[in-house]
Design a protein around this ligand. Structure first.
Ligand SMILES: *Cc1c(COP(=O)(O)O)cnc(C)c1O
Length: 370
């Protein structure tokens, strides 16, 4: 077997010749950004593909988080998860909002709805959960709590592109959901992101906010930012939309093989599909209990690395352990026992559309022949 490096992910890339033809159209039009034709078409096609009413595309996945908080005028304290990519919490910090960390559920790695109410104070204005690994949060229970206390809900749905529950998009939950189209995600526009909105008025407000607050040539209605996606990446995004289903199917095949081959290994846990859910197979996390598995998570992680198989310890360390946040009362490990444990058990195995049988065999051998 060869020993080439197996990376945790690989970008979905459009056909270069076809992309060149689109670039020629852009060059001919000389319209390279600011709500151009491809930008408009991408928003339209994303709405259809994702089964959502309104979408606003952005230049990355962090700006929609920042802008969603502005659009909903969120202030004070926001309840969120420590088990995510740092951008989730950074978006609160950049808005002068205090993050309040709540522990996660072992079964989904999402925020534990049972623990949300105890974290609500008079300053709480919103909940920001994450559909971690694209596994849907319990959106009904979270909404019931939000309604009871009059809170907004913003889902960081960066992992949840195309995820559906009983035929309905998970992106329709809450007040706003945000997506990332970064190169490492299931669907990418190199850098990019989007906000999913439920009504035209909010779509309009967000479109103003991502263009400095301009409502027209001479009117600025709010202190907006520059979050606009350019025509080149919109064209790239249109092409990738045509092949994302095939990429998800290839990922599903890899996930099925992982599950078949890893079943029954003591001290190794992984997720099964959830009933009624269309998953996107964005990540394949495994969770290692060292005493039963006979090796710690880090020992396995570095052993894989030695064999040129790159997993990722997503999410380790917890966001609450970074220096900016560790001083917050809610960041104490005692407050976050499940997240603290899971962060020390997890490795995301390589998962993308181009894993060969040979790659998968090498990855599985690292784990089986320990
Ligand atoms: C990738 C990611 C983001 C940030 O997206 P960018 O496009 O990289 O800015 C935010 N939240 C989560 C959970 C992510 O995985």
């Amino acid at each position: 077997m060869d020993n080439k490096q197996i990376t945790v992910t690989a970008p979905l890339l459009p056909d270069l010749d076809e992309f060149n033809r689109m670039l020629k159209d852009i060059w001919a039009s000389k319209w390279i950004t600011n709500n151009g034709e491809f930008h408009q078409q991408l928003e339209k096609e994303l709405c259809a593909y994702l089964k959502v009413p309104y979408i606003s595309v952005f230049t990355n996945g962090t700006l929609p988080l920042l802008t969603a908080l502005q659009a909903l005028r969120v202030t004070g304290e926001v309840i969120t998860t420590p088990y995510s990519f740092v951008a989730t919490t950074h978006s609160l910090w950049w808005n002068g909002i205090r993050p309040v960390f709540v522990d996660i559920e072992e079964s989904t790695c999402g925020i534990d709805p049972d623990k949300i109410e105890a974290a609500i104070t008079p300053k709480t204005t919103a909940i920001m959960p994450v559909h971690c690994y694209g596994k849907p949060c319990d959106t009904k229970r979270i909404q019931a709590i939000a309604d009871k206390y009059g809170l907004k809900v913003i889902y960081d749905a960066a992992h949840a592109f195309g995820v559906e529950v009983n035929g309905e998009s998970i992106l329709n939950a809450g007040d706003i959901s945000t997506l990332s189209f970064h190169a490492t995600k299931v669907y990418n526009t190199i850098e990019g992101g989007a906000m999913v909105l439920h009504d035209e008025a909010m779509k309009k407000r967000v479109d103003y906010l991502k263009n400095f607050g301009f409502a027209n040539e001479t009117t600025v209605v709010a202190p907006g930012i520059n979050g606009k996606m350019d025509e080149i990446r919109a064209a790239y995004g249109l092409m990738n939309l045509r092949q994302v289903d095939a990429a998800i199917a290839a990922r599903q095949k890899a996930a099925q093989l992982y599950r078949k081959e890893l079943k029954g290994i003591p001290g190794l846990r992984f997720f099964e599909d959830m009933p009624g859910v269309r998953h996107n197979y964005s990540y394949f996390p495994i969770f290692i209990k060292a005493d039963e598995f006979g090796m710690t998570r880090d020992e396995l992680y570095f052993k894989m690395k030695e064999q040129n198989v790159l997993g990722r310890r997503y999410f380790y360390p917890l966001i609450s352990e970074f220096s900016t946040y560790r001083g917050l009362p809610s960041a104490a490990p005692d407050n976050l026992p499940v997240a603290t444990r899971i962060a020390n058990e997890v490795i995301c195995l390589p998962m993308h559309h181009e894993l060969s049988e040979n790659d998968l065999e090498r990855i599985l051998n690292c784990i089986k022949n320990r």
